[in-house]
Unconditional design. Structure first.
Length: 358
């Protein structure tokens, strides 16, 4: 894959905590109760200093905080961690992805001095944003963004398009310009997919805390806002006769291997990417079991890839990165160990990258 000394990017999930309950996020059950299998974990500044020594940070081009489960603004030491990275490497590019619904003005002003960009996930206007970003507050988000921008921060607006907000894209873009956002990104979500059949789904149920249906999310009507690769995959599955056959036959071109990037979770677990790190499903999610099988082959299982116990260099140059994962890409069948998650994300139909294609 790559060696420790080659790494140029780090995707850091500093916490698995979040103030929101987005229905398509694996942190919760379709927007309802919190994922019962998810460990609540957070990396402190001391953890970060132990995991990422100055000489390693000096070789990096980029570090950004996002993750599978948490929002970086929910962590205690987020600002201090960014400041530590910049202190070790003044030339590093730093970024943060967030829903923006938290912290005070002073925190956002300090963040503006610490990072090179902040990407706000705002999926609509005041009357619609909360439909997907459940638990967030519109006025607080605006206050956060304005404080960050006025303090000199570069803010980007990510707008995930659904049927309930597709009529607001142009109005939201105009608001982003008025507020001083540097970019407005229309995201064509890939998450309307049946991960067993590979077929596109037209809608997803949104649940409350007791598991009852509150309402539904629907795919946009306007085809310009639909993920084109999701549509093409849906058509291709018929040609392959099954999604499993497609996954077996597609060639895997690993994105993070090309980028020389790695992912560190809130537990300190080290993976090539966030997709392979999505190991705590609340339902029977077929990708996760395969990663656990690989972890089970390591001498100390999960502890073997935990940077709280072993240096990054030992983990990245070890068998999990150098053999178990990359060798799986060349297996002939899923039964022989070809990783579904890698075929799904880095195969012919790149649903993730297609989210922001014109």
């Amino acid at each position: 894959m790559y060696k420790y000394e080659d790494i140029k990017q780090v995707h850091l999930e500093i916490t698995s905590r979040c103030n929101a309950s987005c229905p398509l996020c694996p942190r919760n059950v379709f927007g309802g109760r919190v994922n019962p299998n998810l460990p609540l974990a957070e990396l402190t500044l001391s953890d970060i200093k132990a995991i990422f020594p100055p000489d390693f940070i000096q070789q990096l081009h980029l570090m950004y905080m996002c993750g599978n489960y948490g929002d970086p603004i929910a962590a205690r030491d987020t600002l201090a961690v960014f400041e530590y990275f910049k202190e070790c490497n003044p030339h590093i590019h730093l970024g943060l992805n967030t829903n923006g619904s938290g912290k005070d003005v002073e925190w956002w002003q300090r963040l503006a001095r610490a990072v090179d960009y902040c990407r706000f996930g705002i999926d609509g206007l005041e009357d619609t944003n909360h439909i997907y970003r459940r638990g967030t507050h519109w006025q607080k988000i605006l206050e956060s963004a304005v404080a960050f921008i006025q303090a000199g921060g570069k803010a980007e607006w990510d707008f995930i398009v659904f049927r309930h907000n597709e009529h607001q894209v142009d109005e939201a873009r105009e608001l982003s310009i008025k507020l001083g956002f540097s970019e407005f990104n229309v995201k064509k979500t890939y998450r309307f997919i049946d991960l067993v059949t590979g077929h596109k789904k037209e809608q997803v149920d949104v649940l409350n805390k007791t598991g009852q249906i509150d309402y539904i999310l629907e795919i946009p009507q306007n085809s310009a806002y639909q993920n084109r690769q999701l549509v093409e995959l849906d058509e291709a599955v018929a040609k392959y006769h099954s999604y499993a056959t497609y996954l077996e036959q597609t060639e895997i071109c690993c994105k993070v291997a090309a980028e020389k990037s790695l992912y560190v979770s809130a537990e300190g677990l080290v993976f090539p990417c966030c997709w392979t790190a999505n190991i705590y499903p609340w339902h029977e999610f077929f990708d996760a079991a395969e990663i656990w099988q690989l972890i089970g082959q390591l001498p100390e299982e999960k502890k073997s890839i935990c940077a709280k116990y072993y240096p990054l260099s030992k983990i990245v140059n070890g068998s999990f990165f150098q053999h178990l994962i990359p060798e799986s890409w060349y297996r002939s069948t899923l039964a022989e160990g070809k990783l579904k998650v890698c075929a799904r994300v880095c195969g012919k139909y790149d649903l993730y990258s297609a989210q922001q294609r014109k």
